[in-house]
Design a protein around this ligand. Structure first.
Ligand SMILES: *Cc1c(COP(=O)(O)O)cnc(C)c1O
Length: 495
């Protein structure tokens, strides 16, 4: 039976439902599974499975205190009509690559793959742990998590959610998607700073025992919808398996043949789920982590030194503008153990960097890291559109640009993380249009240029009321939580 322990070693043997509710361990570490379960069936067998069936299978291996029935219900509620294709995560061939499209959910970025199911898992977890509190989700977002999390949690009873985003660090459409969010239990706040400021602000609140206790006494259990939550990580394993099986089914791969995956990386959550899939026995070759100009991970993979002491670049792939990639801690745990993780994280905290040993670097051979500059990404977007009629967003382009520089031995899966319409201005610029500030008419323009359907919820954005405009300094985050809780409508406040 899989249980969870902190990557920093001071908490062990907790159940999945507990880890999902807590989000982060008390010692500041991330929950990691006690083992990587093997698939109980052959990969061939999964050819008969729908996405939902496969999700249930994978989750049942990790969330061992959830019953079959509970998981069935969660999966059914999560992966249904809110996706615009019954396949949920289709794989499309363009040129020599296979694109695993993870942007067919309600907010058009891959975060939906996990955030459509997280609220369902949390509801069950609350029952299991007999929580008589309301769960208050605090989330830092580099642009996509915030919207996807609110879409999942809006008006879910006994939950409330606050989202912090870097005021000048997200695209126009991303910001508008968030600030027009409906629901009585949501709050959206811009931060004067970058994503790391927002993320470390949230982490600070979680690890402030006085604050946590105070909120508890007010009736709130703090939790996280960031990819540090295993309730987000585990559902992301599913689509790697699904993609592999689809490619086998269509004859592009033969069963057992290795496939390399390239993942546009920020917080290291998506690619880590691919690593977990590999650990479970999925024939993945190399996991290629693709960074934009914020190439901390790429440097780390090459030089063994993780160093966040550098300028943050605001790029055209803003969801990857991250210097502290939280989920890397889980990989470190695997290769170096809890004690070393604690030392490294302490060093990251104090000096902004750490260096792993040669032996530890060797243990990371499943991974390779590289990065691509903006110009390379623009070329890729234009070339794939012109040569293959395939339109991709700026994040996916980072992955393709990195893949182009990689000595390919195996078939290559590109993890495609967002709809091009979320980043219309940058995509149009890549297609040769003059760059103009983002506005609603750009979606129309991208449609006229490419004939690719505008996603409905993006087309509707311009008629929606902006409900949130607050911008604060990171030091005011704690007060913003007090304010929000104070002002929750009476209906929401009642337990
Ligand atoms: C969040 C995000 C990423 C980065 O994923 P991580 O799991 O944080 O590495 C890449 N692309 C898009 C569009 C995203 O929203």
């Amino acid at each position: 039976m899989v249980t969870y322990q902190s990557s920093r070693g001071h908490e062990r043997g907790v159940q999945a439902s507990y880890a999902i509710l807590k989000g982060i361990a008390a010692d500041g570490g991330l929950y990691v599974p006690s083992e990587y379960p093997k698939f109980p069936n052959t990969i061939e067998k999964y050819a008969e499975y729908s996405y939902q069936d496969l999700a249930k299978e994978v989750l049942s291996l990790y969330l061992t205190d959830f019953t079959e029935q509970e998981l069935e219900e969660c999966v059914k509620n999560a992966y249904g009509d809110s996706f615009d294709t019954p396949l949920i995560a289709p794989t499309v061939k363009a040129g020599q690559y296979y694109f695993l499209e993870l942007f067919h959910g309600p907010t058009y970025a891959f975060k939906d793959m996990a955030l459509q199911i997280l609220p369902e898992l949390m509801k069950v977890a609350m029952k299991k742990q007999a929580i008589d509190k309301k769960v208050l989700i605090l989330t830092a977002t580099s642009g996509d998590t915030g919207k996807a999390a609110m879409e999942g949690f809006a008006d879910v009873s006994d939950t409330a959610i606050m989202v912090y985003y870097p005021k000048d660090g997200v695209s126009f459409i991303q910001e508008r998607q968030m600030t027009t969010q409906v629901g009585d239990n949501v709050d959206v706040i811009g931060i004067k700073g970058n994503f790391d400021d927002a993320q470390s602000g949230v982490k600070k609140l979680f690890s402030d025992p006085t604050f946590v206790k105070e909120m508890y006494d007010k009736g709130y259990l703090l939790s996280s919808a960031n990819s540090i939550n295993i309730g987000r990580l585990m559902p992301q394993i599913v689509y790697y398996v699904y993609a592999y099986v689809q490619l086998c089914k269509s004859g592009e791969l033969s069963y057992g043949e290795k496939m390399d995956v390239v993942v546009p990386t920020g917080n290291f959550g998506n690619i880590l789920a691919g690593y977990y899939a590999k650990k479970m026995g999925l024939p993945i070759g190399i996991l290629l982590s693709a960074s934009n100009e914020n190439k901390v991970i790429s440097d780390f993979m090459k030089e063994r030194i993780y160093n966040k002491n550098r300028e943050m670049h605001l790029t055209k792939s803003p969801s990857m503008d991250i210097l502290v990639s939280s989920n890397l801690e889980r990989l470190l745990y695997d290769i170096a153990g809890a004690e070393k993780v604690e030392t490294y994280m302490d060093s990251l905290q104090r000096e902004g960097k750490y260096e792993i040993t040669q032996g530890e670097a060797l243990a990371m051979q499943d991974f390779y890291g590289d990065y691509a500059k903006h110009e390379e990404c623009e070329k890729v977007i234009a070339a794939f559109y012109e040569e293959h009629g395939y339109l991709m967003d700026t994040h996916t382009a980072v992955a393709v640009a990195v893949a182009e520089k990689w000595q390919k031995k195996n078939k290559t899966l590109i993890v495609s993380t967002a709809s091009p319409y979320k980043f219309a201005s940058a995509v149009l610029a890549a297609l040769g249009e003059k760059e103009v500030p983002e506005d609603f008419h750009l979606a129309q323009k991208l449609y006229q240029k490419t004939g690719k359907q505008i996603p409905e919820a993006i087309a509707e954005l311009k008629d929606k009321e902006v409900r949130f405009q607050k911008v604060i300094h990171p030091s005011e985050m704690k007060n913003s939580v007090y304010d929000f809780v104070e002002n929750l409508s009476p209906r929401e406040k009642r337990l």
